[in-house]
Design a protein around this ligand. Sequence first.
Ligand code: BEZ
Length: 212
Amino acid sequence: MTLRLGDKVPDFTQDSSEGQISFYDWAGDSWVVLFSHPADFTPVCTTELGAVARLKPEFDKRGVKVIALSVDDAESHKGWVGDINETQKTTVNYPILADVDKKVSDLYDMIHPNSLNNLTIRSVFIIDSEKKLRLTFTYPASTGRNFNEILRVIDSLQLTDNHQVATPVDWKDGDDCVIVPSLKDPEVLKEKFPKGYTEVKPYLRMTPQPNK
Ligand code: BEZ
């Protein structure tokens, strides 16, 4: 199944390192980062899952639940978690889906056989509280992902939802934002952006980050 931005993501029930998970029920009203990795007991994956555990408070702050997935079984995940905790100096504090029958991998198109046969590659799905897909990207098995970039995208998406600003190239939390082009009424602009804005061009209007 090809999932496109804005689509409602499919629900599923699957086993995990924390028991059976019904995805929609588990997600509740939270945002979700669902990410796959190729296999348990592999080096890059070990560093990635450790990094996500260390970043969990940052995901919590943004109202985001995290959930990992590979096609290994739950017993394998539980054994591997011990290694992740030991080597990455952390405690894995989120579930890892055990997608042995590839039900979720197929639903979300996480297996790309011409890149890596029969195993999930490094897919990421950012899903909002309405279960809408807001970002997806796919990395090859040999390249570990930057989970701080995923947090940066969540910040940008939530700023757009809550304050009608977009974020420019290389934006970091605290930098100026861009007012979305659809906002034109000067009275609305004054009300929404009390800190003011700079009109570089009629279509390029910069304003201090509204929630700072
Ligand atoms: C890894 O996690 O290190 C890895 C997994 C599959 C292929 C290549 C690297």
